[in-house]
Design a protein around this ligand. Structure first.
Ligand code: SF4
Length: 308
């Protein structure tokens, strides 16, 4: 186990239409700082050197700076705050996080315009705050890695979003196909796009980042829909992670994803990627079926690009 993912609470100032957390924001209080410290200590005892602080929106937790400081004292080397990014527009707050020990920031941006991002997050003004936050963090010399959720509403915008992210100076960006759980499950019928439809836009957006020398990734898009871009499949490199969730611990997130979260189809055993591939989130074929997942005969594309 290399990394822990610490969920500090589920309050949030966005109301994303693809949020996987369902009604946890209403039903669960923020975790007490003593519980958070205990999780940090257990993680270190088990050998983790990486920490991702997340939620909900973790920057709304009143003790977040203390949690970061405690993590640094315990010896965590990588300390990332994964956030909707709105709080990062406040310079004094960012400086406190950096001084306490944060060395990687993970804001989310889901569209290249205020209209699109604010609509997807159901939060007027969110785009302006998150973009300002990214600019500020880069001005402060911080490493910024972003996540963007792919939906039917924004897949055509991905190349423009990639251009914006490059211009903002992000170090890495990732496009993650929406996981139809929580509110995303309620909205899935009209918000989820077919993966074969998004494929050319995802690849054009990745090309923007690749040409600019940025690290780029995709998540929850299997290899058969990433022909020529297989090296950018994030599941290849996601580190071994334990999740401290609400009232429960997921000891091995990779195993949980493979055994419970994802699914493989009836023809996947014929595929050259069968061993490595996790398949799509299981809700996807329940909605769209398996016809788009064409078994790959040889891994030629990946080898050619991996040798770059
Ligand atoms: S194993 Fe199945 S889902 Fe994965 S790449 Fe092959 S055909 Fe696609």
């Amino acid at each position: 186990m290399k990394r822990i993912d610490l969920k500090v609470g589920f309050r949030c100032n966005n109301y994303c239409r693809f949020c996987v957390q369902g009604d946890k924001r209403e039903s669960l209080p923020a975790k007490d700082v003593s519980e958070l410290y205990a999780s940090l200590e257990e993680g270190r005892r088990e050998g983790a050197t990486g920490l991702v602080i997340t939620g909900g929106e973790p920057t709304l937790h009143k003790s977040i700076v203390d949690v970061v400081r405690r993590a640094r004292e315990l010896g965590y080397e990588l300390i990332q705050v994964q956030s909707n990014g709105r709080s990062f527009c406040y310079e004094a707050f960012c400086r406190r996080l950096i001084e306490a020990g944060v060395n990687e920031f993970g804001p989310s941006l889901h569209g290249s315009t205020p209209e699109l991002h604010d609509w997807l997050t159901a939060a007027e003004g969110a785009f302006l705050q998150t973009v300002s936050g990214i600019r500020l963090l880069k001005k402060l010399g911080q490493r910024v890695i972003t996540n963007s959720v792919i939906t039917k509403s924004n897949y055509r915008d991905l190349p423009a979003l990639a251009r914006l992210l490059v211009s903002l100076g992000v170090d890495q960006f990732q496009f993650a196909y929406m996981h139809m759980s929580g509110r995303a499950a309620q909205n899935g019928r009209w918000l989820a796009a077919r993966k074969s439809l998004i494929e050319p836009y995802v690849k054009r957006a990745l090309d923007v980042g690749i040409a600019a020398g940025r690290t780029v990734m995709t998540e929850a898009i299997p290899y058969c829909l990433m022909s020529g871009y297989e090296r950018y499949v994030a599941e290849r490199v996601i580190p071994s992670t334990r999740i401290y969730d609400a009232g429960m611990v997921v000891a091995d997130y990779t195993a949980a994803r493979k055994q419970e979260g994802k699914a493989r189809g009836p023809r996947c055993t014929q595929c050259a990627w069968h061993e490595e591939c996790e398949g799509p989130w299981k809700e996807y074929p329940e909605m769209f079926g398996w016809s788009e997942f064409e078994p790959v005969r040889v891994k030629e594309g990946a080898q050619a690009r991996c040798a770059d």
